[in-house]
Write a protein that binds this ligand. Sequence first.
Ligand code: TXA
Ligand code: MG
Length: 317
Amino acid sequence: MPQVKATEETILAAAEALAQGKLVGFPTETVYGLGADARTGEAVARIFEVKQRPDFNPLIVHVADLAAAQEIATFTPMAEKLAGHFWPGALTLVLPLKETSGISEFVSAGLGTIALRVPAHRVAAKLLEVSKLAIAAPSANLSGHVSPTTAEHVFADLGDQPAFILDGGPCPIGLESTVVGFEGDKVFLLRAGGISRDEIEEIVGAQVHEAVDGGETPISPGQLASHYSPNSPLRLNAVDVKPGEALIGFGADMLETDGPVINLSARGDLREAAANLFSALRELDAGKPAGIAVMTIAQTGLGEAINDRLKRAAAPR
Ligand code: TXA
Ligand code: MG
């Protein structure tokens, strides 16, 4: 059983496992990650194998601080400004990879750029500190499935394939990091996530641009249409609940139903809803309902990232 409570001792043991090229599941403030030493090709390749992930989909590298990030990628002044405001935290920056980085080419899938973030969770921070590694870590779920926000979710998807799953309790944000790319001073939103567009625009002092597939602008290859999927089909913007359906609700005005139901936030709080979303999908899905009806969720603030995940979860497989 790889699942252990995250303590000084188990974090140290997990750091040693990483140094030996093994995989470790660990909590971040966003979702649980499946980590490997980013400079060991075999370890990184094993992530793709365990997740059953298509290898064109590049990984995020987690580092202890800005200095460690600058050994790996070339920062523009705008990138430094965003790192200064949001790190440690749920913002991932996609930047030109330095030739001297030593990062395995499996990490960035040969793109010439690299996605970097400094996580804020105390367990992730401690693991980075004691291992002294750059840790490549996608979300610790099977590719295409709902992302994990507890150690139990990680074990349910990956079993004993990681050497350790460090249990640090439920992830406080519950949605993956926001991913941004750059063209000069222009900032592009590659994936909506735990830091809202508004928060980023406030620091950038200008609009954040959309990433357009096939255009000149950077795109995020991980943005597959069908993703974050439960087994039961999802029905969005539901105004009623059909027989056999489970319900995911939001706010004080819940739809009537006799079936299984989870309210993401009775007080209509988008942060609370984000933190509950993936757990709710997994929990209702486990009851094998005919479908999951989801009430409308506002598109403001974290609602943009919540609706992005719901749309992909509802997309045809
Ligand atoms: O919150 C998170 O970001 C979590 C935790 C564990 O840190 N990690 C995570 O990783 O969500 P993953 O692998 O599931 O998602 C990585 C995202 C994908 O959308 C991928 O396409 C994008 O980052 N990405 C990675 N490298 C990129 C690159 N060089 N250029 C553009 N997009 C990149
Ligand atoms: Mg993922």
